[in-house]
Design a protein around this ligand. Structure first.
Ligand SMILES: Cc1cc2nc3c(=O)[nH]c(=O)nc-3n(C[C@H](O)[C@H](O)[C@H](O)COP(=O)(O)OP(=O)(O)OC[C@H]3O[C@@H](n4cnc5c(N)ncnc54)[C@H](O)[C@@H]3O)c2cc1C
Length: 408
């Protein structure tokens, strides 16, 4: 069996690692020039995703992943706060459950390790066709083509592959986007940070339909595993920083590529008028090289997620069930898909089933968890939209101090 994967993102690379482990021939086509040539901040990997990566990554790569992530003790909580950073609610991630927060670039670099001969960097998918003998051919922007027994769309939320399969895009813009960046943890910034950040990430919602995300990566708090170990497969370490995001309705979202990162930072600070001054100061001090703007997509979690007849083309991750980053679920769900698909394909390679039946079982299986992950990720967005209403904005300003006092 030969599997052609489109997209060397988090899901596509996990699938490649899992298939290789099962002895299945795999090739990944990625439009980026190399693993590091991408953007992104922190990705949250839950207990299930960590267990999958432990099984499928070479042991030295999994060790490097642990050494690239802060210790769980520094991220035990998810806090929900109002615009003044008053905690309204919190959710604990029990210490007996594994949890990793890892930079998107670092995770991609680690997942790509050992797959040098399987990844075609700079290879952009444009179309595909299936053949009566059950094989499939993918065509690329440089005029080349590749053939396989299965084509897997792992090309993210604006997937061309699943759009071709479904006859329409599988997700749509949700009307909200984000300005995000990284602020170096200088002594001045460290001194001003609210105490809650030492215990976990803070998701904020405030008046006017603005939402925020803050998380601290503090080298002094220690990594999950000693980053000094593992010379063969070193950790991808980052310097201490506050990662932040400001989610806004699209009509107020600047375009950092057009107006530049400085203008994006100024726009974010202006949008945070009335918010905690710490939040504004953190954003204002961002490292401009890390600032970007993003438009979020989501699928309809209540709809059929794979609206095509199962066959020799399928998809995983955001290509099938896009969701905004507000639930911290997208990467973990893409990893879970990759594991499930690899498991069914391993059955097909052993002759226990056919590839189309394996794909059918996989597509049925992902409905058990993917729609729910999208719903959870949309919850903060739903609140954000509600709070965009002027009457609710006023109510928020009046009611959240009371809610915060009750929480205390
Ligand atoms: C640049 C970028 C930054 C992101 N930053 C964050 C973040 O900070 N926080 C967060 O929670 N989530 C972020 N995400 C989304 C997050 O990575 C995904 O939601 C999650 O990891 C699901 O993974 P996936 O494999 O389905 O898709 P992705 O990880 O998005 O991977 C899709 C891959 O497909 C490639 N691709 C797309 N079209 C083609 C094509 N035609 N031909 C070949 N290759 C193609 C893309 O270059 C990309 O590498 C980001 C995504 C991207 C692309």
């Amino acid at each position: 069996m030969r599997v052609v994967v489109i997209g060397a993102g988090i899901g596509g690379l996990t699938l490649a690692q899992a298939l290789r482990g099962a002895g299945i021939d795999v090739v990944v086509h990625e439009r980026d020039a190399r693993a590091e040539a991408t953007a992104g901040y922190q990705l949250h990997l839950d207990d299930t995703a960590c267990a999958i990566l432990r099984r499928h990554l070479p042991p030295a790569s999994f060790q490097a992943l642990l050494a690239s992530s802060p210790s769980h003790a520094a991220h035990r909580w998810f806090f929900f706060a109002d615009h003044r950073m008053r905690v309204l609610a919190k959710k604990e991630i029990p210490l007996d459950q594994e949890m990793l927060l890892v930079g998107r670039v670092g995770l991609r670099v680690l997942l790509a390790r050992g797959l040098d001969d399987a990844i075609r960097w700079g290879s952009e998918y444009v179309r595909h066709e299936t053949h009566p003998d059950g094989t499939v051919t993918a065509h690329f922007a440089d005029g080349t083509e590749d053939h396989g027994d299965l084509l897997v769309a792992a090309d993210g939320s604006t997937s061309r592959v699943t759009a071709a399969l479904a006859g329409r895009p599988t997700s749509a813009p949700i009307g909200i986007g984000g300005i995000a960046g990284r602020t170096p943890l200088t002594p001045a910034i460290r001194e001003r940070l609210p105490d809650v950040l030492a215990g976990g990430s803070v998701l904020g919602v405030g008046p006017g339909g603005i939402g925020t995300f803050l998380t601290l990566f503090d080298v002094e708090a220690g990594a999950a595993l000693d980053p000094g170990l593992g010379a063969d497969s070193p950790a991808v370490t980052e310097s201490s920083a506050v990662y932040w995001g400001v989610n806004v309705p699209l009509d107020r979202l600047p375009d950092a590529r057009k107006s530049g990162p400085d203008a994006a930072v100024h726009a974010a600070v202006a949008l945070l008028k009335g918010w905690s001054p710490v939040m504004r100061d953190v954003v204002a001090a961002a490292d401009r090289a890390t600032v970007g703007t993003f438009r979020y997509h989501a699928c309809d979690p209540g709809a059929h997620l794979t609206p095509w007849a199962s066959g020799v083309v399928t998809g995983l991750g955001d290509a099938v069930h896009a969701m905004p980053p507000t639930g911290g679920r997208a990467a973990a769900t893409a990893i879970r898909d990759a594991d499930l698909l690899a498991e069914h394909l391993a059955g097909a390679v052993k002759g226990r089933t056919t590839i189309p039946v394996a794909v059918h079982e996989y597509e049925r299986g992902l409905t058990a968890y993917a729609g729910e992950a999208v719903r959870v990720s949309m919850q903060p967005i739903v609140w954000q939209r509600r709070l965009a209403h002027p009457a609710l904005s006023l109510l928020t300003r009046l009611a959240t101090p009371l809610a915060a006092a009750l929480h205390r």
